[in-house]
Design a protein around this ligand. Sequence first.
Ligand code: SAH
Length: 277
Amino acid sequence: MAEKLSVQEKAAQDTRSSGTVAGQECSSSDNRLARIRIVLINTTHPGNIGAAARAMKVMGLSSLHLVTPKAFPNADATAMASGADDLLQAARVHESLDSALADCSLVLGTSARFRSLPMPVLDVRRASEQALEESASRKVAILFGRERYGLTNEEMQRCQYLVNIPANPVYSSLNLAQAVQIVAYELRVAASGGAGLSVPPFDWEPVDDSQMEGLFQHLEQTLLDLRFLNPKQPKRLMMRLRRLFNRARPDQNEMNILRGILKASQEAVEREGKARG
Ligand code: SAH
């Protein structure tokens, strides 16, 4: 560890002595990069947080959000961040994923593995193009899991897409900060040369994560009221419904309609209950 840190420190010195190019360019694509949020969940090694900050800054990203990190702030994080400690200082620490995602309308979850419940998957290049495109008009979050076991299925279900960095199928798990580096690099490539790669313009504005969570809670309660969902045997019903609505990405009008249908269904159940006495 000591040896690794001294290599890092040397690299940091090299960066400083060769002069920095940061701040020389500032374009609208850089602004878009700055609006893409990198969310690290429950990171164990603070050095990885620092290395992720460095990886981000080099590529022009700056929005770092940490959900329940094991140790932060921490000297290892600062050492590994090298000249990117400003990102660490500005990093937002959250007690829950809810708070880290509340205002985001596109959530991408990175994973080395494909899950048992299939979700729409994008490779890192396609995902970066889409993230950059959407960041022009809405908040985008990219989630990274823990070192030991990645993202949980529940966390994955907060995402509209799963993002994979193609790798050796028998050894596909990158170090956390290296995964952040590759994603940040692809975002930069998309920002600098994306001509002709654009996603078709949206004529709708998808609702944010807090509204999606509100829908899922209301839906679950309504399905319980209707006795469609058996709490003793829920199977994977809610998981499948989440996947369905995450794929659809409803806008505000559609969300209002869905919530209205749920409310009317609950009222009908209540009326029926009263009529029966
Ligand atoms: N053992 C864990 C891997 C954790 S690596 C697992 O099997 O899920 C830490 C994090 O780095 C992952 O949660 C993911 O966010 C990212 N990561 C690592 N390798 C990746 C890959 N090939 N594609 C996409 N993300 C990857």
